[in-house]
Design a binder for this molecule. Sequence first.
Ligand code: NDP
Length: 234
Amino acid sequence: MSRSVLVTGGNRGIGLAIARELAAGGDAVAVTHRSGEPPEGLFGVKCDVTSMEDVDAAFAKVEAEQGPVEVVVANAGITKDTLLAIMSEESFTSVLDTNLTGAFRVAKRGVKGMMRKRKGRIILVSSVVGLLGSAGQANYAASKAGMVGFARSLARELGSRNITVNVVAPGFVDTDMTAALSEDQQKTIKSVIPLGRVAEPVEIAKTVRFLASDDAAYITGAVIPVDGGLGMGH
Ligand code: NDP
């Protein structure tokens, strides 16, 4: 049966791949976009996840278009990489505000309808970096590690309402975010990935699709790595 799904940051990269994958499975999928046009064939709502008003308005539009949201994917994220010694407080707090507090805003608004329905799926897109740490990414890693504690707390709070909350932790994925890396950096990264290559966005999307499916009904509070083996054991 078609479900109402909302994917944040679904206009490009991993979020778009997730949206397309879920839509291909028959769901009604809405995506948030901050600027420009939404991708063809998907219902787009303008939303900046750093604003609770935006998040609230986006959910209201999606609910009016396709019914109460049953699957929420908190995917929107940014990086502002630099070493701690020269990292501004703004670099730290803005990355936390988008990646972690953004997920809080979306989950908080999303569970309203799910609790009424006594059914729902929340999937947070974290990163292997949240588990391993990464020099030059203290802000980003902190935000992504925070998502794990956040998700596991929600899994405990919401389990009795038949709402599962899980985290996907991708490794390096071929998107605009990683295109910014130099060829040398990309070579070094590949050399430490057991599978010897970066992921395609659709490989993350397929894991999200599984977690959103009935087959994953008994999985909650899990952190699923999709990282070519990079974070093994963490
Ligand atoms: P991209 O940079 O390609 O896309 C980021 C998406 O997030 C865009 O849709 C962007 O919207 C949106 N976004 C950013 N800030 C906000 C905001 N304040 N409000 C609403 N939307 C926002 O990134 P990826 O697709 O690579 O990454 C997606 C997620 O996956 C992120 O959370 C990232 O941390 C995570 N991830 C990525 C990895 C990788 O290797 N690429 C590895 C591990 C995790 P807009 O187009 O308007 O800017």
